[in-house]
Design a protein around this ligand. Structure first.
Ligand code: NAD
Length: 253
């Protein structure tokens, strides 16, 4: 990948006010793309725009990814502000407190599925026509290592992320021949603010997590940004419909 690979290109990243999404937005910006930063959190979203180089390099759209009209609006903003759409990272996602299925409130299930899975559907539904207009593109959907293996007491999250992997494969089958590659990013445990907070309350958390990743440590948001950028670059031109595990080996056991 050359440093000018994304010059003149436009990328849209959801959940870009924090963690993996912010790192992905900054990776696209550093590679020369204009970036549409999408999130519910306006203050931190604007901070991402600032870090990406300000208003000439990026813009913020406050949108709820689970809302189809909001998804259309984020793509319309990419087109009206920057004229095209080449790459999209559907990354916004939520977790909820762990509960076994019989104790899991139906509303909690609906909420997780609506953001983590329907949010990715809504995003792609809006992005694909714009990418076809721009002559093709690449989409990365954030799933998780839990998109291919399970954990107890996380049924909604596990099901939503398995769904993202299936939806990614379906989209790749439908659109790869038209020039849109679609892949899922499956991170292991990444040191995001949420993980740092857990670590602050439980001294054993990081050592336990380190042990669960054969590489012996947690991942960084920058590592997830780098994989996303690669998946959207010409270096990955024959990669589509894949669940790419960037998980330090978590899914090897
Ligand atoms: P994070 O909480 O740091 O960031 C998520 C961002 O998404 C937040 O800024 C939040 O405001 C935004 N968001 C939440 N709901 C939204 C909605 N409905 N519409 C728009 N924006 C919304 O999380 P993160 O750790 O960076 O996780 C990003 C993605 O990576 C998620 O899909 C998560 O499931 C996945 N993931 C994370 C890890 C990890 O260890 N951190 C591991 C595997 C997968």
């Amino acid at each position: 990948m050359t440093s000018s690979e994304f010059e003149g290109k436009v990328a849209l990243v959801t959940g870009a006010a924090s963690g993996i999404g912010r790192a992905s937005a900054l990776a696209f910006a550093a590679a020369g793309a204009k970036v549409v930063v999408v999130d519910l959190d306006q203050e931190q979203g604007n901070r991402t725009v600032e870090l990406a180089g300000g208003e000439d390099a990026a813009c913020f759209v406050r949108a709820d990814v689970s809302d189809q009209q909001d998804a259309e609006r984020m793509v319309e903003t990419a087109l009206s502000k920057f004229g095209r759409l080449d790459a999209a990272h559907n990354n916004a996602g939520i977790e909820i407190a762990g509960k076994a299925i019989a104790d899991l409130p139906r509303e909690d299930w609906d909420k997780v599925i609506s953001v983590n899975l329907s949010g990715v559907f809504a995003g792609m539904r809006a992005q694909i026509p714009a990418m076809l207009e721009s002559g093709g593109g690449a989409i990365v959907n954030t799933a998780s290592a839990l998109g291919t293996v399970a954990l107890p007491n996380q049924a909604a999250y596990v099901a939503s992320k398995h769904g993202v992997v299936g939806l990614t494969k379906a989209a790749a089958m439908e659109y790869s021949a038209q020039g849109i590659r679609v892949n899922a990013l499956c991170p292991g445990v990444i040191r995001t603010p949420m993980v740092e907070e857990m670590a602050a309350h439980d001294a054993g958390f990081i050592p336990l997590m380190n042990q669960m990743h054969p590489i012996g440590r947690l991942g960084t948001t920058e590592e997830m940004g780098a994989v996303t950028l690669w998946l959207c670059s010409s270096a990955a031109s024959f990669v589509t419909g894949q669940a790419i595990h960037a998980d330090g080996g978590y899914t090897t056991h």
